[in-house]
Ligand binder design. Structure first.
Ligand code: ADP
Ligand code: MG
Length: 285
């Protein structure tokens, strides 16, 4: 049977928008020693703005329209920002493919269009990528019929309570914190330093996030929690000892896969969840 104190803990948590899917997770969260966060949409707002764009001299004159035709079919935060910036096209897309953690491909007006990060361009062997490195910017490249056409530089904003989340977790005795992200290594490392994370790895595909977690699990011997909001986080949420899905707009798959669901956009609620777990344990035992 479930000790009565757990109901108090679960109730207190749910009043703060923290849903434990079972009382066992309230207990498990007190054993967690490492907390790892996804970046985009979890620690940052996931609301990008387009800051800059550049076209290649030889670019197809319609490259932006073609790129945005693919993005109009996606719900990714980057896609929403680009559609807001350029307007919503009505051109139809054939054979749309979503490459999780990389971007999109498909045919528009009989042309093969590719839009996404550098690793997608490299995977599709697009030559002549520019050597740009705008500090702190997420770069989205576009290619048409195998030729590089241009890029957009976007920026996201850190959530106001992200730092609080890290400092509170440390106060609660969490000995290790980290960030795993599909975004550029340089951006992820800068954020990690700003938040005082013990490690921060970027450039990871969804399955690389989960294999990195498995590695950490083997090495640490302690319980690991992973916090994420997107479809691309589902594999990591499943591998973690405790999966925590975040965000009012969190994806259905993330919410389904997680053990704990935070219904607000506040990463500091992760620390609150740990605090409630510890307090409850104190009452129960
Ligand atoms: P995170 O792990 O930080 O939540 P994602 O895995 O969602 O990030 O995305 C990783 C990277 O993949 C993005 O930074 C972007 O470069 C690229 N990407 C993903 N989806 C798209 C898209 N629809 N359009 C362009 N680029 C995309
Ligand atoms: Mg995310």
């Amino acid at each position: 049977s479930i000790p009565l104190g757990y109901f108090g803990g679960i109730g207190a948590a749910s009043r703060k928008g923290i849903l434990f899917k079972g009382s066992n997770y309230l207990d498990l969260i007190t054993q967690v020693n490492t907390v790892i966060f996804d970046k985009t949409g979890t620690l940052t707002k996931g609301v990008f703005s387009v800051q800059q764009e550049e076209a290649a001299a030889t670019a197809d004159p319609d490259w932006k329209l073609l790129a945005i035709s693919l993005e109009a079919k996606s719900n990714h935060p980057i896609a929403l920002a680009l559609v807001k910036h350029l307007g919503k096209p009505t051109d139809s897309v054939l054979g749309l493919e979503e490459h999780a953690g990389q971007g999109l491909s498909g045919q528009v007006h009989g042309k093969q269009v590719l839009v996404g990060n550098r690793s997608l361009m490299k995977a599709k062997t697009i030559p002549d990528l520019p050597k740009t490195s705008l500090p702190g910017k997420t770069l989205v490249y576009a290619a048409v019929d195998g030729e590089y056409c241009g890029y957009f530089a976007l920026a996201d904003e850190i959530k106001s309570d992200a730092l609080e989340a890290f400092t509170e977790l440390r106060k609660l005795g969490i000995s290790e914190t980290g960030i795993l992200s599909g975004d550029r290594q340089e951006i992820v490392q800068t954020l990690g330093k700003e938040l005082g994370a013990d490690f921060a790895y970027g450039g990871l595909l969804p399955d690389q996030k989960s294999s990195r977690l498995e590695e950490l699990k083997r090495k640490s011997g302690s319980k690991i929690a992973f916090v994420g909001d997107g479809i691309n986080d589902a594999p990591a949420l499943a591998v973690a000892d405790l999966g925590i899905a975040m965000g009012a707009m969190g994806s259905d798959l993330a919410i389904e896969t997680a053990d704990v669901v935070i219904q607000t956009d506040h990463p500091s609620r992760v620390a609150l969840a740990v605090r409630i777990g510890k307090t409850t344990r104190h009452i129960v035992w």
